[in-house]
Design a binder for this molecule. Structure first.
Ligand code: 13P
Length: 245
């Protein structure tokens, strides 16, 4: 089983804090790298510097859907590639719902990453009202099928199931609901793309306790973690609990 623990920094960390985090997690990683892959999704401005540490895999949290040209302020896939960025988060609910990114934009970003052989953490997840209305499966299906139109490089793909209502609330999903969503997502990939070894992470209020349940009670491949991963000591505890679970 291939395990991943990915830290999504979001819009946090000064440069000094970023270096401290990388030094702490980097020395921990030397002990555990055979058991778990660690990824840090960092703000654009730190990608180049942090990639040069060469220990924890550096991802971006976003990328432009345009390839190049007169698009003031955009950061493109080829720019990220040229500073040794390994991959990028795409479709995070904060991009979808705060910045209005739709499936079409998300698909363009994914195809652009594919063209450059960069890895993709593709986030999907339903909103609370969608869950209450019984639309969870329909929402996940549409996000997957629309986001992955014309996509072929499944070796580059990591999917993160992040129910929107569980992000930043301190309340993760219940395990039976996670198992249900996991089975459904894996079936979508099997039925539509003939993929039966999908790398699938859970995200949404993961902490040092929930990470044990993910490992013990599901067949998910790990977690995408926000706030509980921002302090190095907290993330080290999460890594230890996951490995020892
Ligand atoms: P929290 O772990 O802070 O809920 O954030 C989850 C997330 O959005 C990871 O991408």
């Amino acid at each position: 089983m291939k395990y991943i623990l990915a830290s999504n920094w979001k819009a946090n960390f000064t440069f000094e804090e970023a270096k401290i985090w990388f030094e702490s997690i980097g020395s921990k990683y030397n002990e555990v790298r055979n058991e778990v892959r660690i990824i840090a999704a960092v703000p654009y401005v730190y990608v180049h510097y942090l990639s040069s540490y060469g220990i924890v895999d550096v991802f971006a949290q976003n990328v432009s859907h345009v390839k190049q040209g007169a698009f003031t302020g955009e950061v493109t896939v080829s720019m990220l590639k040229s500073v040794n960025c390994k991959g990028c988060i795409v479709g995070h609910s904060e991009r979808r719902h705060i910045f209005g990114e739709n499936d079409d934009i998300i698909n363009k970003k994914i195809l652009s990453l594919q063209e450059n052989s960069m890895e993709i953490i593709f986030c999907i997840g339903e909103k609370l009202e969608e869950r209450k209305e019984g639309k969870t499966k329909e929402v996940l299906f549409n996000q997957i099928v629309n986001g992955l139109k014309d996509f072929e490089r499944f070796d580059l793909l990591i999917v993160a199931y992040e129910p929107v209502w569980a992000i930043g609330t301190g309340v993760p999903i219940e395990i039976p609901d996670l198992i249900d969503a996991e089975n459904f997502i894996r079936k979508i990939f099997k039925d539509n793309f003939n993929i039966d070894n999908l790398t699938l992470l859970y995200g949404g209020s993961v902490d040092k306790e929930f990470v044990k349940k993910i490992k013990q009670e599901t067949t998910m491949n790990g977690a995408l973690i926000g706030s509980a991963s921002w302090k190095p000591d907290g993330f080290i505890q999460i890594i230890d609990n996951f490995i020892n679970a």
